[in-house]
Structure formats: C-alpha cells, structure tokens
Design a protein around this ligand. Structure first.
Ligand SMILES: Nc1ncnc2c1ncn2[C@@H]1O[C@H](COP(=O)(O)OP(=O)(O)O)[C@@H](O)[C@H]1O
Ligand SMILES: O=c1ccn([C@@H]2O[C@H](COP(=O)(O)OP(=O)(O)O)[C@@H](O)[C@H]2O)c(=O)[nH]1
Length: 238
C-alpha cells in the first residue's frame, strides 16, 4: 500500500456541508458520511486538524441584513461554529475517532480553550483537533481561521471541503459556462477575485507557502485522494 503524501493536514469543512439536503442545521446522515471520509484518512495515520464553519446555522452577514450590528452577528456566527464542532466531535466519538474541540472564544464549561501547544500535543497523540469559533475575531471567516490554524500547527496543506468540486473561472452555481482549474497560483486566484475563498485566507496561505486544495465534500473518496497526493479538485500553489 502506498503511503499518504501528507503527515499533518488542516481540513476546512463548510458549515453548509453539514446541512445535506436540509434547509438548515445539521443532517445526521450527512454528518455520518463526513465522519466516514475523515476516518479513511485518520486510519492511515494522518494527523488532522479541522476548522468548521457555521453557515448552516448563522452567518454574520445574514444578521446584518436584518439591521443587526456586524460584530454582534459575527460573534453569533462564531458560536454557531462551536455547535458544529461539538456535533462533529460527538459523531467522531461514535465512529471510534478520538477528537478534541478547542474554541477560540472562552466558554470553558463547554469546550476547552484554544491552546496551540496542547493542540499540537493532541495531534502527535493521534487525536483529531476540531477548532471552533473561527479566529475568535469578528470580520473574519472560518476560511481565514483554517489558514491561521493550518499555519500554526505546521500543516502541510489546507484542504477546503466545500459544495463545489474545485475552483472555477466563475461561480459554477451562477455561470454554467465556468470551467475548473486543476491548478492555480495564489497570485492568479487573488487577482481574479475568485469568490470560493476570501482574499485574507488566500493571502495568509500564500505568505506561509501553505498550499490549498479545494474539493467536493459530496464526492466519496475525494478527501483520501487528496491526502494520497492524487489529482483531485483544484490545487492552489505558490
Ligand atoms: N470561482 C469560483 N469557483 C468555485 N466556487 C465559487 C467560485 N466563486 C464563487 N464560488 C462559490 O463558493 C462556494 C464555496 O465557498 P463557500 O460555500 O462560501 O464556502 P464556505 O461554505 O466554506 O464558506 C461554492 O458553493 C461556489 O458556489
Ligand atoms: O474568525 C471568524 C470566523 C467566523 N466568524 C463568523 O462566523 C460565521 C460562520 O463562519 P463561515 O461563514 O466562515 O462558515 P461557513 O461559510 O464555512 O459555513 C461567519 O459568517 C462570521 O459571522 C467570525 O466572525 N470570525
């Protein structure tokens, strides 16, 4: 059997991925299938950090549409990611994966705070670390949290699991003519203003020389293929 290409990775899971076919919240079947995908790579001995979004429950920009203060809405969004992190961790426990949740916002009765050294220790012990509450700051996204935590834990790659199977010339949900890149440089992704990931996240990964692979969360086996170094989704490189 060939060995995985990466020893330590940071997986960004879109909050909306957890909805499955539902309109809101966490779909248990979808959660189960995501956990099965994750198990296929932790079983290979790959060390895994996870940053999870919150868009299935609450998004800051959605709150502002109703007149809410942006920072308040963003704190609500961050709390939504903690709920997702707890659901994911529990689903992992049920599947026999040892996971820990760390939150960028202190809610110590609920989950432990983010402590970098402890997170790295857990990874070395083979535990999955799920990072909740994004970066802990309003006006940021969980994509940026993935770039940040990925850099902090020394991940070799950020894997963005989302609803589309890669980065396209335009949003494929809006433009059926859009074509997918197999590879794209950070400079080109930023220059073309491709909305699949925010510019802050792209810029941080570029500066840290941390490649990103964007792939579909709905495609069975895709996560493992990326980890094995096979051609899957879109690779964003320096
Ligand atoms: N150029 C593009 N290539 C691929 N997807 C794009 C592009 N521009 C916009 N998108 C949209 O970005 C979405 C992925 O990002 P998003 O869902 O916001 O991630 P997250 O849920 O993690 O915030 C896709 O569902 C897709 O519709
Ligand atoms: O560092 C962060 C990360 C997230 N958020 C808030 O949390 C919400 C959910 O995160 P995100 O939209 O990135 O989740 P996803 O799109 O992956 O579901 C965002 O809309 C923001 O309001 C934030 O304020 N700071």
């Amino acid at each position: 059997m060939t060995a995985p290409k990466f020893r330590r990775i940071l997986l960004k899971l879109s909050g909306e991925a957890l909805m499955g076919d539902d309109a809101y919240g966490i779909n248990p079947a979808m959660l189960g299938s995501i956990v099965a995908e994750i198990k296929s790579v932790t079983d290979l001995g790959v060390e895994l950090g996870v940053v999870i979004g919150g868009g299935n429950i609450f998004r800051g920009v959605g709150g502002t549409a109703t007149g809410m203060d942006r920072a308040t809405a963003d704190y609500m969004g961050m709390l939504a990611t903690v709920m997702n992190a707890m659901a994911l961790s529990d689903a992992m426990r049920q599947a026999g994966i040892n996971a820990r949740v760390q939150s960028a916002l202190n809610i110590e009765q609920v989950v432990e705070p983010y402590i970098r050294g402890k997170a790295i220790r857990y990874l070395e012990e083979g535990k999955v670390v799920i990072f909740g509450a994004g970066t802990g700051n309003p006006f940021f996204t969980t994509d940026t949290a993935a770039a940040l935590r990925g850099s902090e834990i020394g991940a070799e790659m950020v894997l963005k699991a989302t609803k589309v199977d890669g980065i396209y010339t335009a949003d494929p949900k809006k433009d059926p003519q859009a074509t997918r890149f197999a590879r794209i440089s950070f400079d080109e992704a930023i220059g073309r203003n491709l909305a699949v990931m925010d510019a802050t996240a792209f810029a941080l990964c570029r500066d840290q020389k941390l490649p990103i692979n964007v792939f579909s969360i709905f495609k069975t086996g895709a996560l493992k293929r990326v980890v094995m170094g096979e051609d899957e989704g879109t690779l964003v490189h320096v």
